[in-house]
Write a protein that binds this ligand. Structure first.
Ligand SMILES: N[C@@H](CCC(=O)N[C@@H](CS)C(=O)NCC(=O)O)C(=O)O
Length: 82
């Protein structure tokens, strides 16, 4: 039976150094199947982050809709699955 991978969505701000750290890690590890949501260019992304994540902080990785904040925790999670 095929393994179902979690749906991953990263909410970020282009100028945020913590976001850049996560994005750099993803680039270095050829992680391409994470959907990216810029909360600056798209206000509806920011609304969704606050509504579903619970706070206005980036980076935030939604794992099958469940929010994970903190860049180090996000990288540790990604490192465990990639
Ligand atoms: N410890 C956090 C720090 C994240 C952080 O401070 N992000 C800033 C942007 S660089 C933020 O979202 N601040 C809240 C705000 O802008 O309202 C991490 O490593 O992810």
């Amino acid at each position: 039976m095929a393994v179902k991978h979690p749906h991953l969505e990263l909410f970020y701000m282009p100028t945020c150094p913590y976001c850049q750290k996560v994005l750099r890690w993803m680039k270095d590890h050829d992680v391409e199947d994470v959907e990216l949501f810029d909360i600056v260019s798209e206000p509806k992304n920011k609304d969704r982050l606050i509504t579903e994540g619970g706070k206005h902080q980036v980076p935030c990785l939604f794992i099958d809709g469940k929010p994970l904040y903190e860049s180090d925790d996000i990288i540790a999670y990604l490192a465990s699955v990639y």
